[in-house]
Design a protein around this ligand. Structure first.
Ligand code: UGA
Length: 438
């Protein structure tokens, strides 16, 4: 099939290359000239394991190209909308400017019988508005909502082997036609027996925000338990293991620590609350306000704990921060809990040095006030305190004996409950973690 992908950020670039991998001819349309040029050369503008190989393979096959010119999307049977929906600057709602302008540009090249398939995360009700915009100008073109659930760090696998396919289809005769087009796009995924949920626009839009809200709630639930564990002397890691064995609960996303960040979970729960308010259903989601509050409190608690173990004053204390990305296997620092904590420590007078295997370049641009090191050892040189804030595998694997030789004081705070406590204590470290006994 001929496909276009509008917006080649994280989601769009991975989607475009993956669709070419499935055998389709794909044109990626990206308004940022520099980004389009880099992608066309096979250069990946972000850190994503396995993506560079996929991109190069797809470009090499001749089935994938990138352009800044919307005209080149003309003639595609399906146009995927993959532009961003960031949080508005002054309020919690989602900023739909990019989605609206993408649809306006697309309308100029759209022909009857073609399908626009929305993948961006949007407030419920958006698809119906976009469908009206399209219907006004190109009456026989169609819109479907087909949310994406990829995780950074696992984006390629999540796109090519998704847990489920969700289609929000238009009413009436267009519904089955749109469905057939999507089934053709994803034929190899469908034929593998991947579950499909075929539904209306509103449900499809809500599936995405509901899924992210549930994940955020699960994380905040265990972090609320961590607060109680700290108050009672209980151990949140054992608690998570024990409740996680119940397969109605499940152990995944019950890792207590610094909480969630990134470009999705925080903004999506806030946009969901804002939308519920607009719909007069704000009470249904007030619990998400608490989910957000619990999450933000973990950062404050981490700073408090750091001050406590530094004899109640951070002034002049050398603190090594291991990890800056919002999670491992990513160079994304949007709403990163690690950076937030590092900045707070610095504000309280600590001499902070941050290391991260992938995110330092991004950090230098956005947070130039912090000091960065090229390795964990360099960050920890003569440190009074070491903080593990993003659980990269190489940090989990640090040898506490060798690492103990570079610091001034063997004191470690495990913000992600990721280190092997016994081996660090055996090497003479004082070990503290969120939600666990001193
Ligand atoms: C999230 C969802 O997991 C994806 O399904 C969704 O498609 C994506 O948002 C999106 O909306 O595009 P992502 O933001 O890449 O994906 O990251 P997650 O793996 O969900 O992690 C989010 C945050 O939660 C990270 O900061 C991570 O450190 C934290 N986390 C995760 C915990 O604190 N504890 C856990 O047990 C799990």
């Amino acid at each position: 099939m001929r496909l276009s992908v509008i917006g080649c950020g994280y989601l769009g670039a991975v989607h475009a290359a993956s669709m070419a991998e499935l055998g389709h001819d794909v044109i990626g349309v990206e308004v940022d000239e520099a980004k389009a040029a880099r992608l066309a050369k096979g250069e990946v503008p972000f850190y994503e394991p396995g993506f560079e190989e996929l991109l190069k393979r797809s470009l090499g096959s001749g089935r994938l190209a990138f352009t800044t010119d919307f005209e080149q999307a003309a003639g595609a049977q399906v146009h995927f909308l993959c532009v961003g929906t960031p949080q508005k600057r002054s309020e919690y709602g989602a900023d739909l400017r990019f989605v609206e302008s993408a649809v306006e540009s697309l309308i100029g090249v759209l022909s009857p019988g073609e399908l626009v398939a929305g993948k961006s995360t949007v407030p419920v009700g958006t698809a119906a508005l976009l469908a009206d915009m399209i219907e006004d100008k190109v009456p026989d073109a169609m819109l479907a909502w087909n949310p994406e659930f990829l995780r950074e760090g696992l984006a390629v696998k999540d796109t090519l082997e998704p847990d489920r396919l969700v289609y929000g289809l238009p009413d009436g005769e267009a519904g089955p036609v749109a469905r057939a087009l999507l089934d053709e796009v994803y034929s190899s995924i469908v034929s593998r027996g991947t579950p499909q949920v075929v539904t209306d626009y509103q449900t499809a839009e809500m599936v995405k925000t509901a899924a992210n809200s549930f994940l955020a709630t699960k994380i905040s639930f265990i972090n609320a338990m961590a607060e109680l564990c700290e108050a009672t002397g209980a151990d949140v890691k054992q608690l998570a293991d024990a409740i996680g064995y119940d397969d109605r609960i499940g152990r995944k996303f019950l890792n207590a620590g610094l909480g969630f960040g990134g470009g999705c979970l925080p903004k999506d729960i806030r946009a969901f609350m804002a939308r519920a308010g607009e719909l007069g259903a704000d009470q249904a989601l007030t619990f998400l306000r608490e989910v957000d509050n619990i999450n933000m409190r973990r950062r404050i608690r981490m700073v408090e704990l750091a001050r406590q173990v530094c004899d109640d004053s951070l002034l002049g204390k050398r603190v090594a921060v291991l990890g800056a990305a919002f999670k491992p296997n990513s160079d994304d620092i949007r709403d990163s809990p690690a950076l937030n904590v590092a900045a707070q420590l610095q504000l309280q007078g600590a001499v902070v040095r941050v290391a991260d295997p992938a995110a330092v370049e991004n950090c230098r641009k956005t947070w130039p006030q912090l000091d960065y090191a090229d390795s964990p050892e360099e960050a920890a040189e003569r440190a009074d305190l070491v903080l593990l804030l993003t659980e990269w595998q190489q940090y989990r694997d640090l040898d506490p004996v060798a690492f103990g030789k570079v610091v001034k004081r063997k004191s470690v705070l495990d913000g992600r409950n990721a280190l092997n406590r016994e081996s660090w204590e055996a090497a003479g470290w004082s070990y503290r973690a969120l939600g666990r006994r001193a």
